[in-house]
Design a binder for this molecule. Structure first.
Ligand SMILES: [Cu+2]
Length: 127
């Protein structure tokens, strides 16, 4: 009796151990990849370094178009070193408080939040 139970217990333990090893295998393969930070920061890792990093910056330029319905303002802006942007003309998301505050042709100073290649003008005023 005792032997039988022991055998069963050992057998279960061996099965469990085998399952554990199989379950661990993919994880250890992953950590071979250049994801050394993954183990210390599970979950947030993917978004951290690249896409989600928003940059707050100040800019100067001229309003070339305003689309209040779309919530967009187009600015011919000077270089923005914080985002490594050269001078260019581009559209930004803008809240009504921004699109209502200025007119096409105005020289403006503005605050922007930049994510990747897109930006939102969060404040603006005529120079
Ligand atoms: Cu730009």
């Amino acid at each position: 009796m005792t032997y039988l139970r022991l055998t069963i217990a050992l057998g279960l333990a061996a099965l469990t151990a085998a399952c554990d090893k199989k379950a661990e295998a993919p994880a250890s393969t992953d950590s071979n990849q250049p994801a050394s930070a993954t183990s210390s920061m599970p979950g947030t890792m993917a978004m951290e370094p690249s896409a989600a990093a928003a940059i707050e910056a100040k800019g100067h330029g001229i309003v070339t178009a305003i689309d209040k319905a779309a919530g967009m303002i187009t600015l011919s802006h000077d270089a923005i070193p914080e985002a490594k942007w050269p001078a260019m003309t581009m559209g930004f998301k803008a809240a009504p408080g921004v699109t209502d505050a200025v007119a096409v042709g105005d020289k403006v100073d503005f605050d922007i939040t930049i994510k990747g290649s897109a930006g939102e003008v969060t404040a603006i005023h005529k120079r």
